[in-house]
Ligand binder design. Structure first.
Ligand code: HEC
Length: 139
């Protein structure tokens, strides 16, 4: 009985520890070519397209980046609300989603139609205006 209690306790601790990847360090070698980084988001004037982006995010990204995009420590996935991520251009985020960084666990999503990838970029921008956990905001 006591062992069960301890096991449940540990599971709760682990779940909390994994719910946000505070320690995410960006791979300095994963850089979009200048031309790709300069591409503007064709949906920039279509904020309504972010809703579709939210659906795509749930379907394709939540398993690694978590419901609110803060990343999961056990997947080493990026906390997408951090400044190091958000300060990058739309083109850079699009390029990263398209090509992935498979050595470090981020798959390529070139199979999604281009406009869906831009919708995802639009949605990523919205993560920051939503309720940001205070720790992620501080960085
Ligand atoms: C199988 C797990 C997995 C899935 C699924 C996944 N990612 Fe990632 N993602 C990662 C990991 C791990 C990294 C960090 C890679 C690294 O360390 O360079 C990452 C990094 C990123 C980055 C770059 C962060 C930075 O530092 O610039 C973006 C943007 C991103 N993911 C968006 C997405 C989107 C959008 C989706 C869904 C379409 C998605 N990811 C699905 C694991 C995943």
């Amino acid at each position: 009985m006591r062992a069960v209690f301890v096991a449940v306790f540990l599971m709760v601790i682990l779940a909390v520890a994994n719910s946000q990847n505070e320690g995410y360090r960006q791979d300095p070698g994963w850089r979009a070519p200048t031309e790709a980084a300069a591409r503007p988001n064709p949906l920039a004037k279509r904020p309504d397209a972010a809703a579709g982006g939210a659906k795509l995010f749930k379907r394709n990204c939540v398993e690694c980046h978590g419901e609110n995009g803060t990343g999961l420590a056990n997947k080493h996935s990026a906390n997408l609300r951090l400044d190091v991520v958000q300060k990058q251009s739309d083109g850079t985020l699009f390029w990263k989603i398209t090509n992935g960084n498979t050595d470090r666990g981020m798959p390529s999503f070139s199979r999604l139609p281009e406009l869906q990838r831009w919708q995802l970029v639009l949605y990523l921008r919205n993560l920051n205006s939503a309720d940001i956990p205070s720790k992620a905001k501080a960085k």
